[in-house]
Design a protein around this ligand. Structure first.
Ligand SMILES: NC(=O)C1=CN([C@@H]2O[C@H](COP(=O)(O)OP(=O)(O)OC[C@H]3O[C@@H](n4cnc5c(N)ncnc54)[C@H](O)[C@@H]3O)[C@@H](O)[C@H]2O)C=CC1
Ligand SMILES: N[C@@H](CC=O)C(=O)O
Ligand code: NA
Length: 436
């Protein structure tokens, strides 16, 4: 094995600059633990002259980052540019095809193209790692793929997006408005370049699809993640949830449904009501947390910073140390050919308790219409609250919330289908499941 692992770094933003700082700050310790020196040979970004607070003079500069793939003095390409396709993907493909190792923090690219890239890595006998892509600094890919490798994972779920968790926990503790708190999350550097990826649940769905593949040994299937975000949550929902003993968190949840005699993968990202006593209920701010339930180890809880320069760089450099040590674990823990084809489960078969919020016209018979639809679909209501207006103005819409007993999700859907288009409802109802 060569004395040095030579790397080229594409992208010198939050994470890229963080990696350079970490390699500089902890250089000796990293060399000792890796068994050899990790040396940055070349770097690339959009702008060469921008002040990033790091000295780039020791490194070669490439205007075109795909040139890394052709450099004989580079062993591993580190992609910290972002975007599911475009230049990041072109670089990743070219680097692996050219026999270089690949380390990336790009969850969008891994969720969409991870299998293709892993196949390329396998064919060329070169490593591919992406620890930073899922829950930032938390070593959850390594924890699942290696630490818990002896277990059958039965369920995996958690808080996978720091921006949404920050918004929900701030709204809960300060009563501030959604838009105002989102602007804060952007200013603090938690949000993606396009924050719609965060608040619509897409970023968490990228991460969940990757986690599910590693946890269950199934092929990545991002398109099958049933995804909803947090944009429709109001302060009133947060207050109702609190009154019931819950907090609202955006969760990614995945497990396997074997009830039909074959294994089907369930993947969902959605805001859920989490009981106050559950460890995830106290995960506040931009922190991430992942729970994995293994059939021998029991419940594992991974918690820590899911975003930011230091934590994300920590995961990137851990991947480099792994490669320097010669760790040959397959990118998705199993060889690509051994991953099971993913067959999506029907969410309608799941049993859960649901929180339902209706905004209804304030007139007689509306509650009876809703409860009749529930009764006819076989949904049993556990509790219901109608909130009047403080000024009791006739004709203004009123908020009705209810919690159902546990039952098939298809029954709630059937009841809402009956109510669809009813003039009694002034907007589409909101459904959130209770974490069980
Ligand atoms: N910021 C965070 O906390 C986390 C980020 N990530 C992922 O890490 C990756 C990088 O994220 P950040 O550092 O936050 O982004 P950033 O926007 O701060 O930095 C991106 C860098 O890529 C360069 N770049 C962009 N397009 C380019 C192009 N066409 N050609 C050459 N250079 C180009 C930019 O000049 C910049 O240096 C993304 O995939 C992101 O999803 C993952 C976990 C956490
Ligand atoms: N925008 C992401 C950043 C890390 O992946 C988040 O908010 O979690
Ligand atoms: Na991670």
């Amino acid at each position: 094995m060569a004395e040095t692992l030579r790397i080229a770094l594409a992208g010198l933003g939050t994470v890229g600059a963080g990696v350079l700082r970490l390699l500089e700050d902890n250089g000796e310790l990293i060399t000792a633990r890796a068994g050899r020196r990790i040396e940055v040979v070349a770097v690339s970004a959009r702008e060469r002259s921008k002040d990033r607070g790091v000295d780039l003079s020791p490194y070669a500069w490439e205007d075109d980052m795909t040139a890394f793939a052709g450099r004989d003095d580079v062993d591993v390409v580190v992609e910290l540019v972002g975007g599911s396709d475009g230049p990041a993907l072109a670089l990743a493909r070219k680097a692996l095809a050219g026999g270089k190792g690949l380390v990336t923090a790009n969850k969008a690219m891994v969720a969409h193209h991870g299998l293709e890239l892993a196949r390329l890595a396998e064919d060329r006998g070169t490593p591919m790692r992406y620890e930073a892509a899922v829950a930032g600094g938390i070593p959850v890919i390594k924890g699942l793929g290696e630490g818990a490798a002896a277990n059958r994972i039965e369920r995996i779920y958690g808080i996978l997006n720091g921006t949404c968790n920050y918004i929900l926990s701030e709204m809960e503790t300060t009563g501030r408005d959604f838009g105002e708190v989102l602007a804060d999350a952007q200013a603090l550097g938690y949000a993606e370049a396009d924050p719609a990826f965060d608040i619509e649940g897409v970023d968490a769905a990228h991460k969940l699809a990757i986690l599910a593949s590693v946890a269950f040994g199934t092929e990545l299937d991002f398109a099958a993640v049933d995804t909803s975000g947090i944009t429709r949550i109001r302060s009133a929902d947060i207050a109702q949830a609190r009154a019931l003993g819950y907090v609202i968190r955006l969760l990614g949840i995945s497990d396997c449904d074997e009830s039909g005699g074959e294994r089907r993968l369930f993947q969902r990202v959605a805001p859920c009501l989490v009981p106050r006593s559950h460890p995830l209920a106290s995960v506040d701010g931009p922190t991430n947390a992942v729970v994995a339930e293994g059939n021998h180890v029991g419940r594992l809880l991974f918690e820590g910073a899911g975003a930011g320069d230091g934590p994300t760089a920590s995961a990137v450099v851990a991947d480099l140390i792994d490669i320097a040590r010669g760790n040959a674990t397959a990118p998705f823990s199993l060889p690509v050919a051994s991953l099971e084809a993913s067959k999506p489960a029907d969410p309608g078969n799941r049993r859960s308790r649901a929180y339902l919020r209706f905004m209804v016209a304030d007139r007689p018979g509306v509650l009876a219409e809703i409860t009749a639809a529930m009764r006819d679909a076989g949904v049993s209501i556990e509790s219901m609250i109608q909130q009047g207006h403080p000024d009791d103005t006739d004709g203004d819409p009123v908020l009705v919330t209810m919690v159902t007993h546990e039952g098939p999700e298809s029954s709630v859907t059937a009841a809402l289908n009956v109510l669809d288009g009813s003039p009694s409802l002034v907007e589409e109802p909101l459904v959130m499941r209770l974490l069980g």
